[in-house]
Write a protein that binds this ligand. Sequence first.
Ligand code: HEM
Length: 397
Amino acid sequence: LTIAWTRSAASIVEALTAPAGRADPFPLYAEAHELGPVSAIADTWFLVSGYAAVDQVLRNPDFGPSPRSPEPRNPDLPSMSRSILWADPPDHGRMRSLMSQVFTPRRVAALRPAIETAVESLLDGLDGDPVDFMDRFAFPLPITVIGEMLGVPPSDRDRFRPLATDLTEALELPALTSRSTAAESAARELGEYFTALIRDRRAHPRDDLVSALVTTDGRLTDDQLLANLILLLVAGFETTTNLLGNGLALLFDHPEVASAIRSGELPAEQFVEEVLRYDSPVQITTRTARTETLTIAGTPIPKGSQVVLLIGAANRDPSRYPDPDRFDPSRRDTKPLSFGAGPHICLGNALARLEAAIAFPRLLTRYPAISPSTPPTRRDRLTLRGHTTLPIHLNGV
Ligand code: HEM
């Protein structure tokens, strides 16, 4: 006789927010799959882990984004809650069409030479043994690229790193955050910076994204413009940093994959998709049921309910990906939900994919003997999954 013991959805959520769960959420995701694609945490609070179910909620505009952080205590501070990420229709559609007009595939593709140059110059600058990959490559690359795109001068980019890191606290589950003074002063400083940049580009437009957005004058309020510029900086920064760090850590665990990328046998794009699936930089997002009579996978969801979408679990749903806990870039039909889906699907997904697909082959050919040094340290966050440090030997041990 075997007695099946399954943990409740409530205790899975509790375990996920504890330090051990943040460090390794994957066994908890497997437990969530045993419960089914959607389960109740409380009367109006649901956990969704199935691939099809998460995809369905993301694509349904009747599930609107839940505000992730309280409004700043000081209403004069710019708040990302006024940005596209937290907007509902009709505001969302208006912002989205404006921002996709300036964030075009053409503009992204045109960044390729700038990304290649940035990658080469960061690789040139690496020295020391060991050297911290996060500090010297994974953090500087995305900030350089988004800085380039926004039109932020190189000399100003360094100060954004700590500010953006403080602000991403807003992306954690509400239970984990209290709006800190660090996040508030980061918001103030970025607000002042972008206000000045907007003023400058109104007077002297250039071929950059800030200029393009300000010339759509009147269609975004000043508050929304500011919120969206700060969002672009924050959303495109640590997420991409973590994709780079998570990917390199996986290459160290799978040297045969590194060889296949180096020889050109495995396209870097295919490797990047599997990294996104296996160790998604964004693990969780949340939604609120805006209307009556919504269901997810047959479960009725009362209006006003909070829905926790486990992106990282959906990416490892055994009914979507056979043997989901195996890292295998040769999988076919890998379509991770790491950039979301539906109306809010990541605006920067092509850019993030391009950066990673350029960076990994260059890194591996430039430093063929690259190897791990002391064990990496994980960032103690649940929503944004990545490393704080990833020490490496550039030329082997
Ligand atoms: C939205 C992930 C890079 C800009 C999102 C969402 C996810 C995501 C999951 C949807 C959130 C939701 O629906 O609740 C990622 C990951 C990245 C990345 C994993 C890197 C690996 C970027 C970059 C940019 C960017 C490079 C821009 C420079 C945005 C914007 C939205 C968004 C503006 C909001 C879109 C909307 O609400 O309509 N991202 N992102 N992201 N992302 Fe990204």
